[in-house]
Design a protein around this ligand. Structure first.
Ligand SMILES: [Zn+2]
Length: 364
């Protein structure tokens, strides 16, 4: 403390001495004040570092490169796909167009994370990059197919994702497949093998209801059967211990009109076995909130159609352009899942109930 005081006095003396000739008194005061603040901050930082070295040798904040302008209050896109097929249609992307999507995302600095990580705020995206969530609905054969010789169909969604990942190892194939019915991916005898492959590669299996039911008028009983029975059925093919099918994409994006039934989308019991969904996905139409934003609601996560057909100006390419033009709206990772880094002008969007450290910095 004494050292600090002497330092400040010395600087104040110096500043006064040399500024008297040219500056007016008003400017002089300002300069002196600035100099004082700077010195105090520097001394404090030095002390903090010394203290840190005793308990914890590395301050993880120092690994965060603020010149990359991390903004963990920004928006995250959850992309919705359905089919991959030879002809481009409203709900079908050709292999070439799907690869084009991945390439554009890659070049623009987007990197896939799992839906479960998005929902729980475990953002592991390297710093300077933007997380993105890729989803496929319905579990058609064109999503994941093994050929007669046992090889993976290179033009299926999984084949294309794996190939793109091989060529670009820093672009994870993490995608969630929302499955309906009792023959997910259209090959009954290969269900278990496919699930094992997906989970080994960091992809996820999600719930899309037992019969692709419309939930608008559904009773509590029906909701629990559609969701609970399907979760149990899908889990019965999974050998990985503890893996839960606990994310759901609402069929047709429908919710019960009777709000007293809405809670069954998240929690319920079927045949004595409870379920608890950590993420409930809608069909449209905009980018999701940061998982640290107070407005983030994992029970109602919007998605964006990954298509160029009939997207009504709210498709994936519209939002890519929007984020190009409004980079401050985009989530930029700080590379550390335990710290939430935000520029000071966005700090108020971060909810107060965080179990992670919040790091607010001065955006120049
Ligand atoms: Zn569907």
């Amino acid at each position: 403390m004494i050292k600090k005081a002497i330092l400040i006095l010395m600087v104040v003396g110096l500043m006064m001495g040399c500024s008297q000739v040219e500056s007016s008194e008003f400017e002089e005061d300002e300069i002196v004040e600035e100099a004082q603040v700077e010195i105090v901050e520097e001394v404090d930082k030095g002390q903090a570092q010394e203290e840190n070295q005793l308990d914890d040798p590395v301050d993880p904040r120092e690994a965060i490169d603020l010149s990359l302008e991390p903004n963990e209050s920004g928006r995250i896109m959850v992309l919705m796909y359905h089919n991959i097929g030879e002809e481009e249609e409203e709900w079908t992307r050709t292999p070439d167009n799907f690869i084009k999507d991945l390439q554009v995302l890659y070049e623009k600095g987007y990197r896939p994370i799992s839906l479960k990580d998005y929902a729980s705020g475990n953002i592991t995206t390297p710093q300077g990059y933007t997380p993105i969530v890729i989803t496929f609905d319905d579990g058609n054969k064109n999503n994941f197919e093994y050929m007669e010789d046992g090889s993976l169909n290179p033009d299926s969604a999984v084949g294309l994702l794996m190939d793109f990942h091989k060529k670009n190892p820093d672009f994870s194939p993490a995608a969630t497949f929302f499955l309906t019915g009792d023959i997910p991916f259209g090959q009954r005898e290969l269900i278990g093998q496919k699930f094992e492959f997906l989970l080994n590669k960091g992809m996820d299996i999600g719930n899309h209801s037992k019969t692709h039911a419309n939930f608008t008028q559904a009773s509590a009983e029906l909701l629990q059967r559609e969701i609970g029975e399907q979760a149990q059925y899908l889990e019965s093919f999974i050998e990985a211990e503890g893996y839960k099918v606990n994310t759901i994409a609402l069929p047709y994006g429908t919710r019960p009109k009777d709000e007293s039934k809405t809670s069954y989308l998240k929690e319920g019991t079927y045949d004595g076995v409870p379920y608890d969904n950590i993420a409930i996905l809608n069909v449209g139409w905009n980018p999701g909130y940061s998982p640290y934003d107070e407005r983030f609601n994992p029970e109602s996560i919007p998605r964006i159609r990954a298509s160029e057909m009939k997207v009504d100006n709210v498709g994936m390419y519209n939002y890519l352009e929007y984020f190009d033009n409004n980079p401050d709206q985009r989530f930029i990772s700080d590379g550390n899942p335990d710290i939430i880094t935000v520029p000071d002008d966005r700090a108020e969007q971060i909810g107060s109930q965080q179990d992670r450290e919040i790091y607010i910095y001065d955006k120049k």
